[in-house]
Design a protein around this ligand. Structure first.
Ligand code: HEM
Ligand code: NAG
Ligand code: NAG
Ligand code: NAG
Ligand code: NAG
Ligand code: NAG
Ligand code: NAG
Length: 324
């Protein structure tokens, strides 16, 4: 057992072993694993840069439900036939499952049954953000894959675009994150796209009087209504969250927030609370390098949420199914 481990229970056989994640966990068991993942990401993400956004969001949704254990990738819980996380509404907009499967097959060919799907998601998310010119962060490894995935969990645990600051904070605190992490991590919305349905309540009938959300810039709202989300219930059209620079990992998300052009209520909420507003201003006043450093810290924190290590969980052979 590599790294720092704690043994729970009287005997190792009866109890469980939990360990810290460690840098280079696979350096003996599968020394090429991280390089295989990185090379494949390097070769493919530039051709499909939108996958970088998909992968980091997948990592977020995985970690927030049952910890970073690839429960998001499971197709069905065999014991119950329960709907899994993957099929839940917040996941219907997640792409990149095929990409993870491809990485898994490459790594399995090198060393079967050694590298977890949970670590593959985490490494691929980091590597793909680096490819699009964003920040990098160290990814300690040793996560193991979970056995359970329940759709309902996503509704209660993953922050929703309609959540207010109290709910957002609560959902993060439940995962060991704080308001600063919330502000820093929300900065990822500088890349990627959203479906109209994630925010069109702000454009149509916000408070039941056929009105717009008064905290959304009126000109921006009109533009969205007339050019993008032209019907109230459009669930297919995609909108850049940081228009014009949605492929660049910069700080313009925060500039937009201050112009009241954050797309979701959850984005806008960050400007209405003195504590989070202070963090926004600090990020904008500091250097890009400093933001990247903070981002790295928050990503590492997120990547440690309720991880399964040691003898917990398993190393799945196929990311979509628990081993039989
Ligand atoms: C904490 C509150 C957060 C809320 C409420 C939230 C909500 C959302 C929603 C509703 C979408 C659009 C989904 C769609 O309509 O297709 C989205 C997109 C996205 N989110 Fe978040 N998010 C949050 C935090 C995060 C975090 C922590 C990350 C990553 C570390 C993240 C990464 C992304 C990315 C990359 C996209 C774009 C996906 C793509 O282009 O495929 N978000 N988010
Ligand atoms: C099935 O899902 C429900 C919640 O939707 C949960 O309470 C129950 O424990 C799950 N059963 C199994 C075996 O996972
Ligand atoms: C936040 O939302 C929750 C649930 O929707 C609600 O109970 C609470 O009153 C709201 N808090 C604020 C400050 O708006
Ligand atoms: C900001 O929001 C947090 C979480 O709801 C709350 O505890 C805090 O009091 C708020 N701060 C201000 C100044 O409103
Ligand atoms: C707006 O919402 C109110 C209350 O839910 C409803 O009575 C009304 O018909 C809605 N208006 C439109 C234009 O959808
Ligand atoms: C649009 O969605 C709202 C809220 O889900 C619903 O009340 C309304 O009936 C829908 N309108 C149409 C035209 O489908
Ligand atoms: C990628 C993926 O698994 N998407 C699923 C999301 O949920 C819907 C509804 O259950 C499925 O049809 C999709 O295949």
């Amino acid at each position: 057992m590599k790294g720092v481990c704690l043994i729970f229970g009287v005997l190792v056989i009866l109890g469980s072993v939990r360990c810290e994640l460690t840098t280079g966990f696979y350096s003996h068991s599968c020394p090429k694993a991280e390089k295989i993942i990185q090379d494949y990401v390097n070769q493919h993400i530039l051709k499909v840069p939108s996958l970088a956004a998909a992968l980091i969001r997948m990592h977020f949704h995985d970690c927030f439900v049952r910890g970073c254990d690839a429960s998001l990738l499971l197709n069905v819980t065999p014991t119950s036939g329960n709907q899994t996380e993957k099929g839940a509404i917040p996941n219907q907009t997640i792409l990149g499952f095929d990409f993870i499967d491809k990485l898994k097959s490459l790594v399995e060919a090198e060393c079967p049954g050694v590298v977890s799907c949970a670590d593959i998601i985490t490494l691929a998310a980091r590597d793909s953000i680096v490819v699009i010119g964003g920040p990098s962060w160290k990814v300690p490894t040793g996560r193991r894959d979970g056995l359970i995935s329940i759709a309902f969990d996503t509704f209660t645990q993953i922050p929703a675009p309609f959540d207010n600051i109290t709910i957002l904070q609560q959902k993060l605190v439940n995962k060991g994150l704080d308001l600063k992490d919330l502000v820093v991590l929300s900065g990822v919305h500088t890349i990627g796209v959203a479906h109209c349905s994630s925010f069109s309540n702000r454009l149509y009938n916000f408070s039941g009087r056929g009105d717009q959300d008064p905290t959304l810039d009126g000109e921006y709202a009109n533009n969205l209504r007339s050019r993008k989300c032209t019907t109230p219930n459009d669930s297919t059209t995609l909108v850049e969250m940081d228009p014009g620079s949605s492929k660049t990992f910069d700080r313009s998300y925060y500039t937009l927030l201050l112009k009241r052009r954050g797309l979701f209520q959850s984005d806008s909420a960050l400007t209405k609370n003195a504590t989070t507003l202070k963090y926004i201003n600090k990020i904008l006043k500091g250097s890009l390098k400093k933001f990247y450093k903070q981002f790295a810290l928050s990503m590492q924190k997120m990547g440690r949420i309720d991880v399964k290590t040691g003898s917990a969980g398993e190393i799945r052979r196929n990311c979509a199914f628990v081993n039989s």
